[in-house]
Design a protein around this ligand. Structure first.
Ligand SMILES: Nc1ncnc2c1ncn2[C@@H]1O[C@H](COP(=O)(O)OP(=O)(O)OP(=O)(O)O)[C@@H](O)[C@H]1O
Length: 382
């Protein structure tokens, strides 16, 4: 009898174990089902795309010189996601014959390298072998512009072309971040050209090349301002690191229209902000100094020096050494000082600035012709 009771207890105990095991199994199955469902929802809402993009950037941000996104693909989106077009459809490729067929996954697959972190985001160099080109991808986080407004702006900007403005070749937009894709410019920026000390490229950046760069940038800005006057899209973040140099060392303004916002800015001051920024670039070209000097911003430093006496002290020593015309440098300095006027109403618009610089170039050319003529005459006289 006692042994019968004992075996009943054992049966009950085992039944209890089985019940507990079944309950645990049930909980695991419910958890896995919910997780799978959530993943599907995320994919539909595009959250995986962000995850892919985030992984793309975080990986290179960890200062890896390059990476293959084969790992990232496994971690985040599956190849079925790509085939379904869910991922690639998020990248809007603007009309550009050079990047025909560029897809989001091409960007993700390609080796990438962080080349700079700015105030508004980071820039990555991406080598796209399929397209046979190098791209620069700018990632902007937390820009409050709506997706629709952003798309509208990019589409509008794409219709305004100028040889000295670098167009975006593609863009991607989500609530959290925007990606802008540009052609990579291997000769770097105007900032590097002006401020790269002690190397040959700076020495070769002589007066006529500086003046020509200034004229092209001014012409391009004047053109963009006129074309985009109605939509009120200015550059908004103009600086020498956003002026890139193409294969012929000609300047191309990058990131046009990415930062300019119309909120709280009076009707005409928006474009005059660009005039101010252009004035600072002129000062960098003239002085060879960076934007911050001895605790002062460049415009205040120049104004302080100039107000003491009209002086050549501000000019880049390498320009003096090469024998650049002091008169012409002073003319450009006068234009720059007008541009950085504290009151935006008193600043010229970019068309006026462009015309002034062209007039200075003409004077420069005339005086060069005249000096060549006098050299020839003196030879003849001999
Ligand atoms: N298309 C490009 N080709 C080559 N270099 C680029 C390209 N776009 C940007 N760069 C370089 O990448 C670096 C980082 O650019 P980024 O625009 O993020 O910095 P920034 O201009 O200093 O700051 P921000 O524009 O965010 O205020 C800069 O040195 C810039 O010259």
């Amino acid at each position: 009898m006692a042994s019968e009771n004992g075996s009943n207890d054992q049966i009950l105990m085992y039944a209890g174990y089985i019940l507990i095991a079944l309950a645990v199994l049930f909980i695991i199955l419910v958890y896995l089902y919910k997780k799978g469902k959530k993943k599907q929802e995320n994919l539909e809402s595009g959250a995986d795309i962000n995850k892919v993009a985030a992984a793309f950037h975080d990986n290179s941000a960890a200062s890896k010189p390059s990476f293959s996104t084969v790992e990232l693909k496994a971690e985040t989106a599956t190849s079925a996601d790509y085939q379904s077009g869910m991922v690639s459809s998020s990248l809007v490729v603007l009309t550009s014959p050079e990047v025909n067929g560029l897809r989001f996954e091409d960007l993700l697959k390609a080796p990438a390298e962080l080349i700079g972190r700015g105030k508004h985001g980071s820039v990555y160099k991406v080598v796209c072998e399929a397209q046979g080109m190098n791209l620069a991808v700018k990632r902007i986080k937390d820009w409050t512009i709506s997706n629709d407004d952003f798309k509208q702006r990019m589409t509008r900007l794409n219709r305004v072309k100028h040889p000295n403005v670098l167009p975006a070749v593609a863009f991607y937009s989500s609530k959290q971040e925007k990606l802008l894709v540009y052609e990579y410019q291997k000769n770097g920026s105007l900032f590097r050209q002006i401020h790269a000390h002690g190397n040959q490229s700076r020495q070769s950046f002589d007066w006529s090349r500086r003046l020509s760069a200034a004229a092209r940038i001014a012409d391009a800005l004047a053109f963009m301002h006129e074309e985009l006057q109605y939509e009120r899209i200015a550059h908004g973040n103009l600086k020498s690191s956003n002026i890139l140099l193409n294969e012929n060392m000609e300047p191309r303004i990058s990131e046009y229209g990415l930062m300019s916002t119309v909120e709280n800015i009076q009707e005409h001051s928006l474009f005059k902000e660009d005039t101010y920024a252009f004035g600072v670039i002129l000062l960098e070209l003239l002085t060879g100094r960076t934007v911050l000097n001895e605790g002062l911003d460049l415009a205040s430093w120049v104004l302080a020096v100039v107000s003491e006496e009209w002086t050549v002290e501000v000019f880049d020593k390498s320009l003096i050494r090469e024998g650049a015309s002091e008169e012409r440098m002073v003319n450009v300095l006068q234009v720059a000082i007008k541009c950085v006027n504290k009151s935006f109403e008193s600043r010229p618009n970019m068309r006026q600035v462009a015309l002034s610089i062209r007039a200075i170039i003409e004077d420069d050319e005339k005086s060069m012709d005249a000096s060549e003529l006098s050299v020839t005459r003196s030879f003849i006289d001999l």
